[in-house]
Design a protein around this ligand. Structure first.
Ligand code: EPZ
Length: 419
C-alpha cells in the first residue's frame, strides 16, 4: 500500500495552476448524457472519482475518450439505465446520475449510495425533488427504481429545505427533460452549480439563477452536445494555500477564481498571511507562525466550506493561539483530529465543535488518511511539522487530488510517494 513520506519544516515557494474542480466535473459528465452526440469537456482532472464516473458512462452505453485533461463523451445511444452496485459503492456521488439518466432514458435503476466516512449521506432531498417533478420512485432492498410517472413529468416548484448541492444538481438535470418551468427554491449556491448551468446553457438548455437561492429551468426542449472548460477546484486551491501558510513561504496560484474561496482567504489573512488577488491570480506569503482566528463555522456557500475545515485546522494546529471550529454540514467530519493528535496537535472535540489550541510546532509521525480532505489535512500538517511524516490511505486522497505530491514538490516540498 503506497504512502507519502514527507520531510517537514521547510519553507515552500513557487507557482501552481489549480486542477479542474472534482465537484464540478462529476455533475457535468453526468449532464453530457442529456444530449445525443459528442460533448467535449476540458480541464478534467485525473482523479479516481472521475475514472469511476467515466466507467459508469461507458457502462450506460456512451463512448468515452480521454486525452490528457480533455474527455469526449458520445451519448448518441445510451442503451442501459442501471448502475451496478459495485460502481455505486465505489463512489457515492454517482447518485448524480439519477437525474441525468431519468431525464434522458425515462427510467433509472441504481443501488442506494451508502454512507461514507462523513456520515450516513441520505438522499431524501434528491428523491423528494424528483417526485415533485412527477417521477415514480420505488425503494426496495437497497435499490432505487425511478421512472417517469404515468401522468408524465412536468416543470414545478421544488422547495429544498436545505441547500443540498447534489439535490440541486439532480433537480436541474431532471428538470431539463420536464416540459414547462421548474423553480428550485432554496437551491445550493456553490460555484459548481453555476459551472453546471454554464454547461447546460451551452447544450441549449434554458437555465438561470445558479449562484442564487432560486434556480429556474424551462425544460422539455431537445438539447445538443457542447464543449466546456471546467472551473478550477477551489478546495484544492485552499489546500495549496494552507500548505504554504503553515510551512511558510510564497505561493502564486492561477486557474481558480479567487472569489470562489474568499471565506478561506479571509481566514488565512486573519491568521497572519499576506494575500493579494488580481487577474484571476492568488498570491500568498506567510512569514510567521499562524495565529488563531475567529470562530470557523462551516456553512453552505458562500459560508466557510466544510471541505476546507480539516485543511485549515491542520494549518492552525501548528501555529499559536486558539480557534473554535463548528462543523455544521456533516455529522462525522473530525476523523482527522486523532491523527493530528499523533503529530502533537491539541484539539478538543465536543459534538460539532472542535477547539484547536496552536502548539507552536507539530512533530512528524506515522498517520492514516481517514477521508479525502482529512488525508489532505495530514499532508498540510506534515509539511509544517518538524521531522518525518508518513501518510497512508492515499486512495482517499487520490479521489480528489490529481497529483498532490507532484504539485507540492514544485514548491520545494520534500514529499515522495512510496513504494
Ligand atoms: C457535495 O456533496 C460535495 N460533493 C461534497 O464534497 C461537499 O462537502 C458537499 O457538497 C457540501 O458542500 C460533490 O459535489 C461530489 P449536500 P453532497 O447534499 O451533494 C445532508 C468533497 O470533499 N443531506 O450539500 O452530498 C447531508 O447528509 C466532498 O469533495 C440530506 O440530509 O452534499 C449533509 O449533511 C465531500 N439529504 C448535508 O445535507 C439529502 O438528500 C450536505 O449535503 C442530501 C443531503
Amino acid at each position: 500500500m503506497s504512502y507519502y513520506e514527507i520531510q517537514g519544516g521547510r519553507p515552500l515557494s513557487g507557482r501552481l495552476t489549480v486542477q479542474g474542480a472534482k465537484n464540478s466535473v462529476l455533475p457535468i459528465l453526468a449532464a453530457a448524457l442529456l444530449a445525443p452526440g459528442e460533448s467535449v469537456i476540458h480541464n478534467c482532472p485525473d482523479l479516481s472519482d472521475v475514472s469511476a464516473t467515466l466507467d459508469i458512462l461507458r457502462l450506460l452505453g456512451c463512448r468515452v475518450e480521454q486525452q490528457g485533461d480533455t474527455v469526449a463523451v458520445d451519448a448518441t445511444a445510451p442503451g442501459r439505465t442501471g448502475i451496478p452496485e459495485h460502481l455505486m459503492r465505489e463512489m457515492r456521488s454517482s447518485v448524480i446520475f439519477l437525474g441525468a439518466v431519468l431525464a434522458r432514458m425515462g427510467e433509472v435503476e441504481l443501488s442506494y449510495p451508502g454512507g461514507c466516512e462523513l456520515g450516513p449521506r441520505p438522499i431524501d432531498l434528491h428523491l423528494a425533488a424528483l417526485r415533485t417533478l412527477g417521477a415514480e420512485i420505488l425503494e426496495e432492498q437497497g435499490s432505487l427504481l425511478a421512472r417517469r410517472g404515468r401522468g408524465g413529468m412536468a416543470g414545478r416548484e421544488i422547495c429544498l429545505p436545505f441547500p443540498s448541492v447534489g439535490a440541486t444538481e439532480n433537480a436541474m438535470l431532471a428538470a431539463c427533460s420536464c416540459p414547462g418551468t421548474t423553480a428550485i427554491v432554496g437551491a445550493a449556491r456553490e460555484p459548481e452549480i453555476a459551472d453546471l448551468q454554464r454547461f447546460l446553457r451551452a447544450m441549449g438548455a434554458e437555465v438561470s439563477g445558479a449562484g442564487s437561492s432560486t434556480v429556474t429551468v424551462t425544460g422539455g426542449r431537445p438539447l445538443h452536445p457542447a464543449e466546456h472548460r471546467v472551473m478550477g477546484d477551489r478546495i484544492v486551491a485552499a489546500t495549496h494555500l494552507c500548505a504554504v501558510a503553515a510551512a511558510r513561504g510564497e505561493l502564486e496560484l492561477t486557474g481558480v477564481e479567487p472569489g470562489t474561496l474568499s471565506a478561506v482567504l479571509d481566514r488565512l489573512e486573519e491568521a497572519g498571511c499576506r494575500i493579494h488577488t488580481e487577474d484571476g491570480r492568488i498570491c500568498l506569503s506567510s512569514a510567521a507562525p499562524l495565529r488563531g482566528v475567529r470562530q470557523v463555522r462551516t456553512a453552505p456557500y458562500p459560508g466557510f466550506p466544510t471541505d476546507a475545515q480539516a485543511i485549515l485546522m491542520a494549518a492552525l494546529a501548528g501555529g499559536t493561539g486558539a480557534t473554535l471550529f463548528v462543523e455544521n454540514i456533516f455529522e462525522n467530519r473530525y476523523r482527522h483530529v486523532d491523527e493530528l493528535g499523533r503529530m502533537g496537535a491539541d484539539i478538543q472535540v465536543a459534538g460539532r465543535a472542535a477547539m484547536v489550541s496552536g502548539v507552536g510546532k507539530l512533530h512528524g509521525a506515522a498517520v492514516r488518511s481517514t477521508d479525502l480532505r482529512g488525508g489532505a489535512a495530514l499532508v498540510v500538517a506534515g509539511l509544517a511539522a518538524e521531522g518525518t511524516t508518513r501518510v497512508t490511505g492515499l486512495a482517499h486522497i487520490d479521489r480528489g487530488y490529481a497529483a498532490l505530491d507532484r504539485d507540492l514538490r514544485a514548491l520545494g516540498a520534500e514529499i515522495r510517494r512510496l513504494p
